[in-house]
Design a protein around this ligand. Structure first.
Ligand SMILES: *Cc1c(COP(=O)(O)O)cnc(C)c1O
Length: 429
């Protein structure tokens, strides 16, 4: 085996902070050096060392069709030939907006941006402008991009590095952000009792994915909907991860809750950089040039991301798409559970559709506290054993794994063979 990854990483360390362009890629949560990748096809990732992996990171969510889906790459090739960016309005971005609105009935208007981070920061600006209020509420362990106001108890990346918060975020700004435990209805009631009418917005991952996969408890989202409406706070569903993932219409379709605003990203760009925010017409019509709230972007709605996104949404809307993704995900989840049981390892397997997390924990994992109590050293052993056997799981105990339509029954079978050994590796220290 070559050591090209090691060589590249050593070089990268002198050029890029921590050697990577996004922290979790550095493997610090699981130890060891990161693997440098050079190709992706379907369910597989190829490393510069010549190794092949069944990939469950899927670029952290966007690749619901797997790597380099031929219909998507063809659409991209056509778009490239037509010109990569015009800085002017195009037909395709109108089509993408229309498709998003068809899926997300709560989004009367939608604005395309370049990342999930941009989407959430813009949505907050609109909410603050519309309400004339400054404070916002978020939930511990939910991550909404590296927005200053939202880097408060912000889940995976931050949790992985053990930073409760980030230096460089002005405390004056952080003080405007309240963060309370996810799924805690009494904390929610108490917070709204004291601060409800000071809140511009409450922002939530309607299925949390950034402290690992943590589904909403029964009644949690409905309570949040009622209480925000009562006190005039804008309810923002951050569906950057869950949008088109847990259902075509996202978590809001799955749970039947209509937020005021929604943020999207990941899948709607088909693997290219993208984000979107939208919601009620009266809120979105505040955005420039329709209204006074400024937000702009040189490459926003650029033709490549829009082409990849449109084609992806077209494919996943076909009959049976989510059903087969669900059955494959179920196969993986039940197989992992059986393998853990056989090895005598206590796990909690949280799953909604094709996003899942294996927590090394006996108690159930319902919030950030219980996620943090899971055994991350056990996860690291599990991760490395999988990696050694050709399975690339997220390199952190606090991330969700994703399946795609490219994962075959055989892929999952092979993964479960590797997992049987990996659970043994957890116990044989
Ligand atoms: C990934 C993610 C973001 C940030 O999106 P970027 O494109 O990485 O800026 C925001 N919110 C949620 C829920 C996410 O999963």
């Amino acid at each position: 085996m070559s050591n090209k990854s090691k060589d590249l990483f050593r070089k990268a360390l002198g050029l890029i902070p921590g050697g990577v362009n996004s922290p979790v890629r550095a493997f610090r949560a699981v130890g060891g050096d990161p693997v440098f990748m050079c190709r992706g096809k379907g369910s597989r990732l190829m490393s510069v060392d010549g190794d092949q992996f069944i990939d469950y990171v899927m670029s952290w969510g966007p690749l619901i069709l797997g790597h380099a889906h031929p219909e998507v790459t063809n659409a991209l090739a056509r778009a490239i030939e037509a010109g990569t960016s015009f800085g002017a309005a195009t037909e395709a971005e109108v089509e993408l907006a229309e498709r998003i609105r068809q899926a997300f009935l709560s989004m009367d208007r939608v604005r395309l941006v370049n990342s999930g981070t941009e989407a959430t920061l813009s949505a907050l600006r609109v909410a603050r402008a519309a309400t004339g209020r400054d404070k916002i509420l978020k939930f511990d362990g939910c991550y909404h991009g590296h927005v200053d106001s939202l880097l408060v108890k912000a889940g995976s990346g931050v949790a992985t590095l053990g930073l409760p918060d980030s230096p460089g975020v002005p405390s004056a700004l952080a003080q405007l952000t309240l963060s309370i435990p996810y799924n805690d209805i009494s904390a929610l009631e108490a917070t709204f009792e004291r601060h409800g009418t000071e809140l511009a917005a409450a922002i939530v991952e309607p299925v949390a994915g950034n402290m690992g996969c943590v589904p909403p408890s029964p009644g949690f989202l409905a309570k949040l909907r009622d209480i925000t409406e009562r006190d005039g706070a804008v309810l923002i569903f951050d569906e950057v991860m869950t949008g088109f993932r847990v259902a075509y219409g996202g978590a809001q379709e799955l749970y039947g809750i209509r937020p005021d605003m929604t943020t999207l990203g990941k899948i709607i760009g088909g693997g290219l950089p993208v984000g979107a925010y939208g919601g009620r017409a009266d809120l979105m019509d505040q955005v420039a040039p329709a209204g006074p709230v400024y937000q702009a972007g040189t490459l926003s709605g650029n033709p490549l991301a829009v082409a990849a996104g449109l084609k992806t949404l077209e494919i996943i809307r076909r009959d049976g798409f989510y059903e087969s993704l669900e059955s494959r995900s179920e196969q993986l989840a039940s197989g992992l559970q059986a393998a853990a049981r056989k090895a005598g390892v206590a796990i909690q397997l949280n799953r909604i559709g094709s996003m899942l997390t294996v927590f090394f924990s006996s108690p159930s994992v319902t919030d950030y506290e219980s996620a943090r109590r899971a055994d991350s050293a056990a996860f690291a052993r599990f991760f490395h054993s999988l990696l050694d056997h050709g399975v690339y799981f997220p390199p952190s105990a606090y991330e969700a794994a994703f399946l795609s339509s490219a994962h075959s029954r055989e892929d999952v079978g092979q993964t479960l063979d590797a997992a049987a050994g990996a659970f043994e590796a957890v116990t044989n220290r």
